[in-house]
Design a protein around this ligand. Structure first.
Ligand SMILES: [Zn+2]
Length: 281
């Protein structure tokens, strides 16, 4: 276990107990996880680079020799899907139908090529698409474990899936939660995202595995909701004054959250929220 430079939280493989693990990558990078279920393993997200995915796979193999039967992609973003090839085959890849659709709309392998222009470390990725897609909740009964896949609607993206283990009170929320890290809001829907966070916080949960940042709990879900509320307040203030997107980007400083890394992400959140305030999304 090492400590991230971005914050001072534990990174690496975290044993949550009862066969549930979270993989927390350093510096607020993408997180993943896995659950040992009867004779099989269910993995949540596949990370981004081949190096990350291979390391994650090796850590799973160190814990269990059981077959990885399912991989859930919590959403389409490359830092959660580009490692898919290392898990499938043999895993069936489950996601919201919009994840497969979006990856195809982006050109499938062409999305990898485009991403590799700024991230050469993903150039060798062969994108493997989800092959089991759904639009609604799904219960998986694996061994004696219940795994609930919940699709709460358009929050971080229009294809978010939450993986809930009700008996263990653990929830993997993907990028609905960036814990102690500035969230990426360019595909989000601010108002619905806040209401989804409220609903998850009301569930019977003890441990929340975020898409980025440290292992969390209900408090961080509420902190994220407060962040989104403040962002809405600042940006809507600009919108209501008739300011342009560029002016709003300069004005929405989110001072209270200045310690959170990746502040440059605020910039892409502004036009998205403007579109929402105009009723376009
Ligand atoms: Zn994301």
């Amino acid at each position: 276990m090492t400590t991230s430079k971005a914050g001072s939280w534990p990174t690496g493989l975290q044993d949550i107990g009862n066969g549930v693990y979270a993989m927390i990558t350093p510096d607020g990078g993408p997180n993943a996880g896995f659950v040992v279920c009867g004779e099989h393993v269910l993995v949540v997200d596949s990370l981004m680079t081949p190096a990350q995915a291979r390391d994650f796979l090796a850590q799973i193999k160190r814990v269990t020799s059981k077959e990885i039967r399912f991989l859930v992609n919590t959403h389409y973003h490359l830092d959660h899907t580009f490692g898919n090839q290392f898990f499938s085959p043999p895993a069936q890849i489950i996601s919201h139908a919009n994840v497969r659709k979006k990856l195809l709309d982006l050109g499938g392998q062409a999305y990898v090529k485009e991403a590799a222009r700024t991230r050469p470390e993903v150039a060798s990725v062969t994108l493997v698409l989800p092959n089991v897609t759904l639009t609604g909740d799904l219960d998986l009964h694996l061994g004696d474990r219940l795994v609930r896949l919940l699709q709460p609607g358009h929050g971080h993206t229009n294809g978010d899936t939450v993986v809930y283990l009700p008996e263990q009170k653990v929830v993997f929320v993907g990028d609905l939660l960036f814990s102690k890290v500035t969230p990426a809001m360019h595909d989000g829907h601010n108002r619905r995202w806040m209401s989804i966070l409220k609903k998850i916080a009301e569930m019977d949960i003890e441990v929340v595995v975020p898409g980025h940042g440290p292992l969390s709990s209900r408090a961080e879900l509420e902190e994220e909701r407060a962040f989104l509320r403040e962002f809405r307040r600042e940006v809507k203030g600009c919108f209501d004054k008739g300011m342009t997107v560029e002016q709003a980007v300069a004005a929405a400083k989110m001072e209270r959250y200045s310690a959170w890394p990746f502040r440059e992400r605020l910039e892409r959140g502004v036009p998205r929220l403007y579109a929402e305030l105009r009723g376009e999304i």
